[in-house]
Design a protein around this ligand. Sequence first.
Ligand code: AMP
Length: 269
Amino acid sequence: MAAITRLVKRTTTPFYSLARGFSSTNTHAPPSQNRNIQWVFLGCPGVGKGTYASRLCKFLGVPHIATGDLVRHELSSNGPLSSQLSEIVNQGQLVSDEIIMNLLSKRLADGQAKGESGFILDGFPRTIKQAEILEGVTDIDLVVNLKLREEALLAKCLGRRTCSQCGGNFNIASIDIKGENGAPGMSMAPLLPPEHCMSKLITRADDTELVVKERLRIYNELSQPVEGFYRSRGKLLEFELPGGIPESWPKLLQALNLDDYEEKQSAAA
Ligand code: AMP
């Protein structure tokens, strides 16, 4: 766990264009020094990448960059890519590497202009090609691979709700998997919205049963190999979610050696 402690050390880095990495063959990042953490969250649709990545980002003070959010933002902007994107996303397919690299580069450049440093990437890379491009332009310190019992994934996607006013993310699914054949049971309480959000809840267009099943299939085919890519580089931390947020969050902090992070920060100050 010493390596992970080292990664958590605060540092700052310049950003550079990821799109350059897409179009050029040999664009390497300058050696990173004094930079903030650069982590990636991997995992199947519905596993909770967004929930845990955004919590960790608040905790560590780094930006949470979810390529799914960038895609949805582009979709709702009614720009030139909107209709093409909506067809792809609503069928559960992956957007082209080129479009994703452009959206991500722009997000990183905007962040750089605002003085952001470091990130947790959520939903990227999703293909080996994307992982190779990322590796060509910067060093990723750590990749957290979130895992959840397969029976819970579909229910979690179908239970997902967002408040159209405050943007809060909730989940109305109540998961109770019985222990069977030696495997332990698992329960996850719903994450219910407050009363004032109730009438404003929306469901993602790609969170239907048919589309979620297709997204899970695509994950297994194209994104799961990314786990092996990082495992072979010694960067993968596997984390099996033991239940809902109350059980999982403290265990995740422990696995990341962050359970006494605030104490360590003040001791180092
Ligand atoms: P997510 O919110 O991560 O589930 O992403 C929603 C949708 O955006 C995905 O089903 C894809 O269509 C698209 N998308 C997000 N990230 C990527 C990526 N890295 N590569 C390709 N498509 C992506």
